[in-house]
Design a protein around this ligand. Structure first.
Ligand SMILES: [Zn+2]
Ligand SMILES: [Zn+2]
Ligand SMILES: [Zn+2]
Length: 266
């Protein structure tokens, strides 16, 4: 299984429009953070986690030509507004793309994208099917129907908002969170790689700080943890060097391999 962090920035992206701070003007490409999204390639399937405002640019950059499913974490702007840029993935394959979201997020998506999810009569509209899983589910390939991958939604809290992280094999992706319920910690045992929200050093009502994220990463105990959703207060080279062993800042375009047992193992 190959995972690519398509975007690793907070909701404004970094650089922030109009800001001349040392991170926003940094020459280090790792300080250039588009909005959070992730690509998981496994068993011949391509799963996208979130389609934010930078999704089109990210898909061009990562050069992926197929999408088998989309996993939505929650319905904030920076995670969903690029949804219509899924249209090119129908040009050579008109079969629907299944989208998965927690019911509260699915309800908002149906309103935001009424012309796709409710009307659907406009010519060339994306054929997206919205599912609201409450437990583990299996995704089948749009291009290779015999291939499949199992996904476990992990409930986390983003301030007061309940939302989903996702686990696939020994990999888990938890963006936009500052509280993980006990039962979710149990679902996060035995990870090789964890991707976790770590906004900045200063406290925030809906995101983990770096210190909170380090403590949470240690408790989950993945072999390797990457932080995402960072603001412009985080200079990559400086902050990454201060993190404990096995924990690093993610950056746009970072990819890594993780083992994923075949679906029959579930
Ligand atoms: Zn966000
Ligand atoms: Zn700045
Ligand atoms: Zn959010």
């Amino acid at each position: 299984m190959k995972v690519t962090l398509l975007g690793t920035g907070t909701s404004t992206g970094v650089p922030i429009i109009g800001c001349r701070c040392r991170v926003c003007t940094s020459k280090d490409p790792r300080d250039n953070r588009t909005r959070c999204a992730c690509l998981v390639e496994t068993n011949g399937l391509h799963l996208v986690i979130d389609t934010g405002p930078d999704f089109r640019r990210q898909a061009l950059q990562a050069q992926f030509k197929k999408v088998d499913a989309v996993l939505f974490t929650h319905h904030h702007f920076d995670h969903v507004v690029g949804l219509d840029d899924l249209r090119p993935f129908f040009f050579d394959n008109r079969s629907p793309i299944p989208c998965y979201a927690r019911p509260n997020t699915a309800a908002v998506l149906r309103t935001m994208f009424h012309y796709i999810f409710t009307d659907g009569s406009y010519p060339g509209v994306s054929r997206l099917e919205l599912y609201e899983p409450e437990g583990p589910f299996r995704v089948h390939g749009r291009y290779t129907p015999e291939a499949a991958v199992d996904v476990v939604p992990i409930e986390v809290y983003h301030g007061k908002l309940p939302m989903y992280g996702y686990r696939i094999g020994r990999f888990a992706y938890l963006t936009d969170t500052n509280r993980i319920p006990e039962r979710s910690f149990e679902q996060l045992r035995g990870l090789d790689v964890l991707v976790l929200d770590a906004l900045r050093h200063e406290p925030h009502q809906t995101h983990f700080t770096i210190q909170e994220a380090v403590e949470t990463a240690r408790r989950i105990g993945a072999r390797q943890t990457y932080f995402i959703h960072m603001t412009h207060s985080m200079l990559h080279a400086e902050e990454d060097a201060r993190l404990p062993a096995g924990i690093n800042l993610g950056y746009d375009g970072l990819s890594f391999h993780v083992s994923n047992p075949p679906p029959s193992a579930f």
